[in-house]
Design a protein around this ligand. Structure first.
Ligand SMILES: NC(=O)c1ccc[n+]([C@@H]2O[C@H](COP(=O)([O-])OP(=O)(O)OC[C@H]3O[C@@H](n4cnc5c(N)ncnc54)[C@H](O)[C@@H]3O)[C@@H](O)[C@H]2O)c1
Length: 245
């Protein structure tokens, strides 16, 4: 069987993409990061030849020998990189959130539809063992019919306020809350109605609300809620509870 040739762009959280690719027996064909220290660290750690280290992602776009590219750069860059890679015929795994605006999301979907490549967004909760188990339990009917589900994303961004994560377009609900929202969509379905309140107390230097609560009505007599806090004074959590009849 041909070994798949994988390239990785963005080498902080993206290091886990390299480890995933290696664990599936793929060859790391190239790596890219505009920060040369991060590039060198990853290159040396995974013994990737230095002629495969790039600071410009277009070198990866233009390399026809690469099968799959994983994208783990700041969210603001997801759309441009994903579209360029898809148009060059690469299969793409892009980190969540897919993009920051509906228009950018539509552009990525269009580029994926027009290509013959596979595209995937890294909504990692669908592959997390505890949530996979929850899905199995729900689908088997063991807890009866689901009538309420709640999930949350609580992660203190205090140390991240001076980074791309504080961009007002990158609201906490989009950036991290997308995990909790995606989880409820996967476990319960798409909501039909939503309302929400936002609070702003913990991260005054960030323009967006740092805590939100959204209440959702699903079809078939079900409800749910998603709480997001990006300033919470506690450990990271994605506490999720599913209630069945
Ligand atoms: N699935 C998850 O649970 C999860 C967890 C963490 C981060 N993420 C996502 O992964 C992505 C990256 O997050 P992170 O925490 O690694 O961010 P980070 O800021 O720590 O690292 C981003 C990396 O991308 C590099 N980079 C920036 N611009 C670049 C460019 N133009 N070309 C090449 N490299 C560039 C930076 O030098 C840096 O090494 C984000 O989209 C984030 O939302 C997902």
């Amino acid at each position: 069987m041909k070994k798949l040739r994988v390239a990785n762009i963005g080498l902080k959280f993206g290091m886990s993409h390299i480890e995933g690719a290696i664990s599936y027996g793929a060859e790391i064909a190239a790596i890219c990061d505009c920060n040369e220290d991060n590039l060198r660290f990853a290159g040396e750690r995974y013994s990737i030849p230095s002629d495969k280290w790039h600071t410009d992602y277009m070198d990866i776009v233009n390399d026809d020998s690469i099968d799959i590219v994983t994208v783990a750069v700041p969210d603001q860059l997801h759309k441009k990189m994903s579209c360029d890679l898809l148009r060059s015929g690469k299969n793409v795994l892009c980190e969540k959130p897919l993009a920051l605006t509906r228009r950018d999301i539509s552009d990525i979907i269009k580029a994926a539809d027009e290509s013959s490549s596979k595209f995937m967004v890294g909504q990692i909760c669908r592959f997390t063992p505890a949530f996979e188990e929850a899905k199995k339990i729900i689908d088997s009917g063991t807890i009866g019919e689901v009538y309420f589900a709640e999930s949350e994303y609580a992660h203190d961004y205090m140390d991240l306020v001076d980074t791309w994560r504080s961009d007002p377009d990158r609201h906490g609900v989009i950036g991290g809350g997308c995990h909790a929202v995606d989880l409820l969509r996967w476990l319960v379905g798409d909501p039909e109605e939503v309302f929400a309140y936002g609070m702003h107390k913990l991260l005054p230097s960030v323009e967006y609300d740092d805590a939100t609560i959204a209440v959702m009505k699903f079809g078939d007599n079900k409800a749910g809620k998603v709480f997001v806090s990006t300033g919470c004074k506690r450990d990271y959590t994605m506490r999720t509870v599913i209630y069945g009849t």
